[in-house]
Structure formats: structure tokens, C-alpha cells
Design a binder for this molecule. Structure first.
Ligand code: ADP
Ligand code: MG
Length: 342
């Protein structure tokens, strides 16, 4: 079972992979693919064709493991069992799940709660969680009850992976586990002796090594066009040499509540979906897990505060926001440093 079985509206593809023809290469590029977390995965590798079935199986097994541990859409996952654990209990998590919770808590602290892994009750209240879609905004009592259960300060994680369940806390790792899955696959491929690959899960990518022709993995990050109906042909090309890219965007994939457009990203500090003008955020980071979670964090912080927050931390981020009939955009110096000429 995925993290989110069906998207209410399809996300736009902001990042596309640039593959050049490889005539004459000794090891051709091969593509493996499958399904996970309510979306698709793909891995492009330079490997002998005979290795492909085992590699495909290995990648799927790694992603299945992430789902079995961290999906809130899977009732038997370790995380779902934690979420149902009795009040006042220490619940053991497998090391990978504990590692992701640890990273999520660190980011919650650093962002003063803009990112919050305990946001689950609010995600459900607004109809984006396993509880299913909602036609209307939650009534004030339901919202207050959900908010009372949210707050990363309620969590305590021990070095041995036990997580404190004070009662009613519902951890949601959907904004970080997809990126973790990309990292997990990348590390597994490295361990399997694959030296050149591009891993993608639901639009989050991480590249390693060089293609057989010696060129780096490259992606084009597209900016939305002013008329909201197509993608601009303005492309920023980024090299993914030991780097991951994640995009969080509500551009054209919002949902309706009471006739109003609503984002699936919640501001845990207000209890409501984000309402500011950010259309898309793209983050580059060596770890896909961090890129994924940071993109969500910047969505919550919004264009002005988000840009400043990312800039002061030396993060590589590109923000695109609605401006009048069109769009405005800005990137941090660290992002600009990764942009190459096409
Ligand atoms: P997508 O998966 O669409 O790329 P994200 O990575 O931004 O988007 O993850 C969005 C999901 O994260 C939501 O569906 C919800 O489950 C969860 N979420 C929403 N708001 C927050 C938040 N402020 N902090 C942490 N997780 C959040
Ligand atoms: Mg994210």
C-alpha cells in the first residue's frame, strides 16, 4: 500500500531528465521501473543487461521495505502500529524508520514547527490522509481536536529506536519518506557495485557517477509559464553528480474544499492548509531525504520567509510564486551555483 493511493489531481512534472544518445557506448543505459508509495519509480543504470532482473528486484525490495515501515496508508506498517500504540508507551521502530523520524524531528526544530512529522491528524482532518477525502473544511471542534494532537515536542526518540507515544500522536512521514526511499535505493545500488545511476521515485531524483559516455546526469528544471496553461521553455539545467533534487508544488494540483482551492501541505502552526502564493519549490541536496523534506518546509514558510530561511542556511532552493496573472521566481546563491549551461 502506498503513502497516498490516489492523487486527487496530478502533479506537474517540473523536473525532466536529460539523456543524450549513447551511440557506441560500451555499457548502454538501461531503465528499470515499478510502482511504490502510490506513484512510480524508475532507475536508469549503466549495467550489463544480464544483471537487470536482479537489480529490478533489489530496488523493489528496498522500496517495499520503506513502505512496510513508514507508510501511514499501510495499516500494518511499523509507523501505523506506533500511531495506534497505547498512551504512555515506548514503541520500538526499526532502525531506518527511527532514522527518518530523527531527521524529521531535527527539521521540525530547525524550522520552528513549519515542518512537523506529527501533522497526521490535521492531514486527515483536511482529507489528505488515510481517512479519505473530505468535501468541506473540518468544523471548528474537529480542527481544535486535531490541533491538540499535533506538536513535534510531544515526541521522544531514544537512541535504540524506541519512540514515545504519549497518546493520540499520529506521525506522518509522507513528506520525507519518498526521499528516504530514493537514498535507500541509491545506497543499495552502490553496495551492489553499480557506479552510475539515476534513481527517481515520484519525481524526486538522485544521480551518482557519470554516464558511460563520461557526461554527468543532468535534469532540466522548468518554470511555469505566465498563462498557467503550459510550462515555459525556460529551463535551468542542473547536474546531479552526487546530488538529489526534490520538487514540492501546488501549481495546478490543488483540491477544492467548499469551492475554495486548498493545498495538501498543512501549516502545523495554524492548523490550516498553506494559503500563500508559492506555486513550486525545488531543492537540491546530497540527500534526497533532506531535499524532499526541505521542499515541503519551504512550501509552509512561503516565498519571502522561505527564501530567507534557505539562504541563511546555505540551502540550494528555487522558489516560484504566483504574481498577478503570472509567476515570479527566485533562487538562493547555492542553487545558482549548481545551474549549468544546457
Ligand atoms: P508530494 O508528496 O506531493 O511531493 P510533499 O513531499 O510536500 O508532497 O509531502 C506532502 C505530504 O506531507 C502531505 O500529503 C502530508 O501527508 C504531509 N505534510 C503536509 N504538511 C506537512 C508539514 N507541514 N510537515 C510535514 N509533513 C506534512
Ligand atoms: Mg516533500
Amino acid at each position: 500500500m502506498p503513502f497516498r493511493p490516489v492523487r486527487l489531481l496530478l502533479p506537474i512534472v517540473l523536473v525532466t531528465v536529460l539523456l543524450v544518445p549513447l551511440a557506441g557506448s560500451a555499457t548502454p543505459l538501461q531503465q528499470l521501473s515499478g510502482r511504490t508509495m502510490g506513484t512510480t519509480w524508475s532507475v536508469t543504470v549503466a549495467a550489463a543487461p544480464g544483471r537487470l532482473p536482479a537489480l529490478r528486484e533489489g530496488v523493489q525490495a528496498r522500496l517495499d521495505e520503506v513502505v512496510a515501515q513508514m507508510s501511514t496508508w499501510e495499516p500494518d506498517s511499523d509507523l501505523s502500529r506506533y500511531n495506534r500504540a497505547p498512551a504512555g508507551s515506548w514503541h520500538p521502530l526499526p532502525a531506518p524508520a527511527a532514522q527518518v523520524v530523527d531527521a524529521a524531528l531535527a527539521l521540525a526544530r530547525e524550522s520552528a514547527g513549519a515542518f512537523d512529522p506529527t501533522v497526521g491528524p490535521l492531514v486527515d482532518a483536511w482529507g489528505y490522509g488515510p481517512a479519505g477525502p473530505q468535501a468541506a473544511a473540518p468544523p471548528p471542534e474537529a480542527l481544535a481536536a486535531a490541533r491538540a494532537r499535533v506538536g513535534w515536542q510531544h515526541l521522544r526518540l531514544l537512541p535504540d529506536g524506541r519512540l514515545w507515544q504519549p497518546g493520540g500522536v499520529n506521525v506522518d512521514l509522507s513528506a520525507i519518506a519518498k526521499g528516504y526511499g530514493v537514498d535507500r535505493v541509491a545506497e543499495w545500488l552502490l553496495g551492489a557495485g553499480v557506479e552510475s545511476f539515476l534513481v527517481e521515485v515520484g519525481g524526486e531524483l538522485r544521480g551518482h557517477g557519470r554516464k558511460p559516455d563520461g557526461s554527468p546526469w543532468r535534469v532540466a528544471v522548468e518554470r511555469p509559464a505566465p498563462d498557467d496553461s503550459r510550462l515555459d521553455d525556460v529551463q535551468l539545467v542542473v547536474r546531479l553528480d552526487g546530488l538529489a533534487v526534490a520538487t514540492s508544488g501546488d501549481y495546478r494540483h490543488r483540491d477544492e474544499r467548499d469551492g475554495r482551492s486548498v493545498s495538501h501541505i498543512i501549516d502545523p502552526r495554524t492548523g490550516a492548509p498553506v494559503t500563500h502564493a508559492l506555486a513550486a519549490v525545488t531543492v537540491l541536496h546530497p540527500q534526497a531525504m533532506q531535499a524532499d523534506a526541505l521542499a515541503t518546509t519551504l512550501q509552509v514558510l512561503g516565498p519571502r520567509q522561505g527564501l530567507e530561511w534557505a539562504r541563511t542556511r546555505g540551502l540550494a532552493a528555487l522558489l516560484v510564486w504566483h504574481e498577478g496573472e503570472g509567476f515570479g521566481s527566485a533562487m538562493t546563491p547555492a542553487f545558482a551555483g549548481h545551474v549549468v549551461q544546457p
